[in-house]
Design a protein around this ligand. Structure first.
Ligand SMILES: Cc1cc2nc3c(=O)[nH]c(=O)nc-3n(C[C@H](O)[C@H](O)[C@H](O)COP(=O)(O)O)c2cc1C
Length: 168
């Protein structure tokens, strides 16, 4: 058991990425690692957190603004801690197949990971409801609505983080 909890924080517009963050928190706790799950825009300080997981939805090739701002604002504090990043986006199975680094927005996550010296980063599939509102989301939903988040892979990723933290 780590002494200080892991902060799992996220930027999400339609709730899909927020839910992934909750699943990661649940998986960590299942491995006896304390975790606090919180929206990135509500985090004022990293003191008291031993490690950080930052996630963000991918929109038009960019990582969610709250995740970007968070990593920029806390760059030096993040560099001092074990950090992992994730993006959630593709509305197909491409995130779970080889070549995932070519996903639109994947580059933004990789750059942020380099900036904060992250131990790892990954991209998970996304989710879009059939009745998503607003343009272009509503148009996209006609063709690509669905839930492409692989819960098994998310759990395995969180479990590997718990394993690394326990070894620190
Ligand atoms: C307008 C729009 C643009 C999107 N752009 C991307 C993108 O560039 N790359 C990607 O992988 N997914 C993209 N997606 C899919 C979203 O990332 C996916 O729906 C994700 O689960 C949204 O997360 P959220 O529910 O946390 O907001 C886009 C979705 C919409 C509606």
């Amino acid at each position: 058991m780590t002494q200080e909890p892991v902060l799992v924080t996220y930027g999400s517009k339609r709730g899909g990425t927020a839910e992934i963050a909750q699943w990661i928190g649940d998986s960590l706790r299942g491995e006896q690692v304390a975790a606090v799950v919180k929206p990135a825009r509500e985090v004022r300080s990293l003191s008291g957190y031993g490690a950080v997981v930052v996630g963000g939805a991918l929109y038009s090739g960019r990582w969610h603004r709250d995740a970007r701002r968070f990593t920029r604002h806390f760059t030096s504090q993040l560099q001092e801690r074990p950090v992992w990043l994730f993006g959630s986006g593709p509305l197909d199975d491409s995130a779970d197949e080889p070549g995932g680094e070519n996903i639109l927005g994947g580059n933004a996550v990789r750059k942020a990971a380099n900036r904060v010296d992250a131990r790892g980063y990954t991209i998970f599939g996304g989710r879009l409801a059939r009745d998503a509102r607003g343009f272009p989301a509503s148009a996209m939903a006609k063709k690509r609505a669905g839930d492409y988040r692989d819960r098994g892979r998310i759990h395995a990723w969180a479990k590997s983080i718990a394993g690394e933290i326990s070894r620190v």
